[in-house]
Design a protein around this ligand. Structure first.
Ligand code: BES
Ligand code: MN
Ligand code: MN
Length: 453
């Protein structure tokens, strides 16, 4: 019986204990829990045989760091992940409480099961397993932050102040997905992000909608109209200059991209849609992988309680995000959005645009030793060659690692789109959890062998 088989029950139970700690970085109510989740990880890293394990203080939540340096002549892999999770709201849509993990039908149900505690824990257990079986084939550094879901605001400073400590040859991250459990893949692209909160103010107080209605700008009506105008009839974004820097793929590159196994029927069915939707002239795979987007993430104002209240609210609000692709930059898009959104406001209202966090898009190389090592590891563990894919999500640290440390990243993630990350009933397959633990050591072996040549 292999070490993994012998210990899989314990591995799983340790993860479940970690998932019981509600490490929601967005909500100050969970402050103590986020810190407890960091402590928990620190102890588990020590038990797994890592050295110099510490909580590195930042202006926000600490970064959990640990290392195992076996030989200065061997290459060094820096593993990154996050122990914070998204808020679990709305709680009533969960079939079981988000922080009381249950294993059902081969899945672990809990907030953070896949994003990203479950995937980080694969690394902890893979390193434990490898340490039990002999010297590691590479030097390993592990760095797990607690503010990814709120924009990694303190990570840049930490990385810039700790360039020596973080010195490595490549970054390894498990915080993305594969196409399916039958078809492994490696994400080679992540979109960037420009995120804003907007506020429209009309009258200086809430008004009776009969006494004033029709003669004053209703901030909610106005906000809806402004938002609606941000896309044209082809679902192109109307912000002037928005597409100016967007990398145009050649016909061959697009054909290659569209060769990934994808079915629009399955896509629609999996999320209950009657039809596909998006920018004219692009396939679903392209709309997610290589095209920028603009979406409202939340909108509020006025009366939303029981029954009717005839009122014109003084203010309306929305949270608006844009996903960016090469070679857009969050700074430039933020400026274009802000300027445009303010310019389309009718004269009777005041509009304030408040930019939140941003992040840059990336495309990672496929001809590197590290990518090839990951591809070979997946081929061994799944019995099938992985396909490179362009993902739609964002992990802003990946572009930052490139600019600050000059390092490329390999996105060795094991999630599925159907895992419902950020949604109610987030889950992670036991198959994926254990497959990850099995695959990660193969990556290190292949990478060490490849770097020797
Ligand atoms: N792990 C996700 C990103 C992800 C998921 C990338 C699946 C590719 C496939 C990450 O935790 C996340 O949620 N990122 C945020 C951005 C962040 C700045 C809040 C996102 O993509 O919305
Ligand atoms: Mn994540
Ligand atoms: Mn996330």
């Amino acid at each position: 019986m292999s070490y993994l088989q012998q210990n899989q029950e314990r591995f799983l139970n340790e993860l479940l204990d970690w998932l019981r700690i509600p490490s929601v970085s967005a909500d100050p109510k969970f402050h103590g829990d986020v810190l407890r989740a960091a402590e928990y990880l620190k102890t588990r890293l020590e038990e797994a045989g890592l050295e110099n394990v510490e909580l590195c203080a930042t202006a926000g939540y600490p970064i959990v760091y640990g290392e195992k340096l076996v030989d200065p002549n061997l290459p060094t892999v820096l593993v990154y992940g996050h122990y914070d999770v998204q808020p679990a709201d709305p709680y009533e849509l969960w079939d079981s409480p988000p922080f009381e993990p249950v294993v059902k039908d081969g899945n672990i149900y809990a907030r953070g099961a896949c994003d990203d505690k479950g995937q980080v824990y694969m690394h902890v257990k893979a390193l434990e397993m490898m340490s039990q079986q002999g010297p590691l084939p590479c030097n390993v550094k592990v760095m797990v932050e607690g503010e990814e879901e709120v924009g990694s605001n303190n990570l840049g400073t930490f990385v810039r102040q700790n360039k020596d400590k973080l010195k490595a040859d490549v970054i390894l991250i498990s915080d993305t997905g594969i196409l399916s459990n039958e078809q492994p893949s490696i994400e080679v692209g992540l979109r960037g992000l420009s995120y804003h909160e907007v506020e429209v103010t009309g009258p200086n107080r809430d008004l009776h909608s009969g006494l004033y209605g029709g003669a004053v700008p209703n901030p909610i009506n106005v906000l809806c109209k402004m938002i609606a105008s941000l896309h044209d009839e082809n679902n192109h974004i109307t912000i002037p200059g928005f597409y100016d820097q967007v990398a145009v793929l050649s016909e061959e590159e697009r054909a290659e991209l569209n060769r990934v196994p994808h079915s629009d029927d399955e896509f629609k069915q999996s999320i209950g849609l009657k039809d596909t939707y998006g920018e004219a002239g692009y396939t679903t795979v392209e709309r997610i992988g290589i095209r920028p987007t603009l979406d409202v993430n939340g909108i509020w104002g006025g009366y939303t309680g029981e029954g009717a209240k005839t009122v014109i609210a003084s203010k309306a609000h929305a949270k608006i995000s844009m996903r960016l692709v090469p070679h857009q930059t969050s700074a430039e898009i933020t400026q274009l959005f802000q300027r445009h959104f303010e310019s389309i406001a009718p004269s009777g209202v005041t509009v304030v645009v408040k930019p939140h966090h941003g992040g840059e898009p990336v495309v990672t190389p496929t001809d590197s030793v590290a990518y090839q090592a990951a591809a070979k590891a997946l081929e061994t563990s799944f019995g099938k060659k992985p396909i490179p894919t362009r993902g739609g999500g964002s992990i802003p640290i990946v572009a930052m690692f490139k600019t600050e440390l000059g390092l490329d990243t390999v996105l060795l993630g094991f999630g599925l789109d159907s895992d419902a990350i950020h949604s109610p009933n987030e889950h992670y397959g036991l198959f994926n959890f254990f497959k990850g633990i099995e695959t990660i050591p193969l990556f290190y072996q292949n990478y060490a062998a490849g770097m020797k040549q």
